[in-house]
Design a protein around this ligand. Sequence first.
Ligand SMILES: C[S@@+](CC[C@H](N)C(=O)[O-])C[C@H]1O[C@@H](n2cnc3c(N)ncnc32)[C@H](O)[C@@H]1O
Length: 286
Amino acid sequence: MYKMYSNQSYIQISPLTEEDYLRWSGLLAERLGIIVPKERKMFLQSKIWSRMREIGYQDYSKYWDYINSGIEGNLEWSQLVDRLTVHETSFFRHPPSFELVKEDLEQKILRAKGTLRYKIWSVSCATGEEAYSLALLAQSVCKQSEKKSYFGVTATDVSSPAVALAKQAFYSIDKLSSIDASLHDGVKTLNHEMFTIKDAIKKRMAFGVFNLLDVNKPSNIKYDVIYCQNVLMYFDKSVREQILDGLVNHLNHDGLLVLGQTEINSWSHEKMKRVNKNRTLAFRLK
Ligand SMILES: C[S@@+](CC[C@H](N)C(=O)[O-])C[C@H]1O[C@@H](n2cnc3c(N)ncnc32)[C@H](O)[C@@H]1O
């Protein structure tokens, strides 16, 4: 037992015992598919503890009971999930993958018989930068085309606080430098510190909380692009493969599945063929 000082008075912290570690890491694996190896036990302890401290808990078991208690427990769980997940992201984080989406949309506009309706899904959107990057890009391609075309971006994440921030779309002005100047007509500077995304683009977005572990549940919604980057690495290999197999069922004919380049190395699927583009890892529905 050791003591930690807060702005109220000192609070006793009990370290996460072996049994606690197994219980909490098991819950994370079961509900999120996320694996917390033993070397990261201190990470788990500090995240759970800091949340417990915020809401006045000092005992892991009592907090465990609270997390597992009906609707209130579910709401608290979503707060804890936000602490335990990594939301590092940026606009146009992996330029070659965005270039691939741009080329795909241009091609599909050219080939479309009538009006093209292009649907994109950013499956772990964190605070929204990836989803808005896709939207800014699609908006610019559609605008430049003589043919009529529409796009929509669905942005989901397992963390509801992250999704709420994504929806608000307030970003620090230094992030603007990652967005090519040719796309700046889609953003609005608010003051010398912040910018946001213009309503014309926000109107094309739909946000929601979604756990990738639920990807195999039946759904009729299909996308032309599924953009899934920097999330698979948190899962076990078998879970990664189940998620990817599930994502395939959400693709339209000729749809693209865009992954992070180093996130999986031996996945293949009978319905998918590898896209041959340098510095990307992407598959297309045959
Ligand atoms: C490092 S961020 C990546 C954000 C963005 N895709 C990018 O590449 O910049 C990882 C995101 O995955 C989300 N995540 C973790 N587990 C998830 C799950 N089971 N289902 C959906 N999203 C999950 C986290 O909440 C976090 O926002």
